[in-house]
Design a protein around this ligand. Structure first.
Ligand code: GTQ
Length: 354
């Protein structure tokens, strides 16, 4: 009786629905998924024959669509998006800016560049390039071979928070200032800073926009002398050299090295993750399901899902990933739990096939 009156007045009784609103643990419809590299690459190369990049098609990108979120375009998780972009020699992907933050992780090729608010930086295999939220960015290609990279954006996050804006620049390319890769010359040396930057007060956006693979590889090599992390092996977060926080304000970026046959223990956390296998082969168990991966593959770990990694090869495996941890931390939502049963390893109950 009362509940009917309430419903007619667009009101609701909390004593009936509290449990649905305030759940004991994160609940959602996001399922883990894995995309094979050969399928992505083949379709991307095909799109290169069919489509020319320019004002009509600003970016040649094939994105990951999580089938469990099929009604939400471009959602890999509720917060994160990943696409794989192909740029051919001589092409120009025109300058624009948007509220979504974006990172680029180079998979194949060299000679392409990205310009961020006029800072030009070259992209080589293994580099991480930032195009922070609301910065003008265009891509060009001075090399001779196709260039493929991963785009990571916080599409779902911005969409769910209703904060999306987009603008196209008047010209194809934003005017370049200074020397190419000046950002690396100024900020990439670890533990030091040019004296000319003593009075820099703002840490946003990160003044370093390209994290070169050889620096990251060397950092991980040093780390490998020490004890590994139980859940992540040898892993580093990409950080802003001015304030020590996440390189991109909202998109966390991590590179993790699993030495030969390394098997990490299982845990779960609130932040979600999109993984890209830089090299190596093995599998990740997500809530009891085995996801077998090899070079180039992408897979998703939804919020609060148990997961552990196993490098089944003798060689090092390198996994690059993006996550929404910076936002979870900032909002005070991050939680983590260690898997306590069976020595910290899950029982595999099924094996995923795409
Ligand atoms: O290169 O600017 O995959 O704006 C999605 C949106 C790439 C880009 C994407 C973008 C871009």
């Amino acid at each position: 009786m009362l509940s009917q009156t309430l419903e007619e007045s667009n009101l609701g009784p909390l004593w009936e629905n509290l449990g649905e609103m305030v759940t004991k643990e994160p609940t959602h419809t996001i399922k883990p998924y894995l995309w094979k590299w050969d399928v992505i690459r083949e379709n991307l190369i095909k799109s290169g024959e069919l489509l020319k990049v320019g004002r009509a098609a600003e970016r040649r990108v094939i994105y990951l669509q999580n089938p469990s979120l099929s009604d939400k375009v471009g959602f890999a998780t509720e917060t994160l998006y990943a696409g794989i972009q192909l740029l051919l020699p001589g092409e120009v992907a025109p300058s624009h800016r948007h509220s979504q933050g974006a990172i680029r992780y180079v998979i194949e090729g060299d000679g392409a560049f990205t310009t961020v608010n006029g800072e030009k930086t070259y992209m080589n295999e293994g580099d991480l390039v930032l195009t922070p939220a609301w910065t003008w960015h265009d891509h060009g290609h001075e090399g001779t071979e196709p260039m493929l990279w991963m785009d990571g954006l916080d599409v779902g996050m911005v969409k769910n928070l209703c904060g999306s804006f987009f603008e196209l620049f008047d010209e194809d390319t934003y005017p370049v200032k200074g020397v190419p890769d000046g950002t690396i010359s100024r900020f990439a040396a670890t533990g030091v800073r040019p004296v000319s930057e003593r009075n820099r007060t703002s840490g946003y956006p990160s003044p370093l926009i390209n994290y070169k693979w050889n620096n990251i590889e060397k950092g991980l090599e040093e780390l490998t002398r020490l004890e590994s992390d139980a859940f992540d092996g040898y892993a580093v977060d990409y950080i802003n050299p001015i304030n020590g926080q996440s390189a991109d304000k909202r998109i966390g970026c991590t590179m993790q090295k699993l030495t030969g046959n390394m098997h990490t223990k299982a845990h779960r956390h609130v932040h979600s993750v999109i993984y890209h296998v830089k090299s190596g082969s093995g599998y990740t168990v997500i809530n009891g399901e085995k996801f077998e991966w090899s070079k180039g593959d992408f897979f998703v770990i939804p919020p609060w899902n148990w997961h552990e990694h196993h490098n089944t090869g003798e060689e090092n495996a390198y996994l690059f990933s993006i996550n929404d941890r910076p936002v979870m931390d900032l909002l005070g939502l991050e939680m983590e739990e260690e898997y306590k049963e069976d020595n910290g390893y899950q029982t595999v109950t099924s094996t995923f096939s795409p």
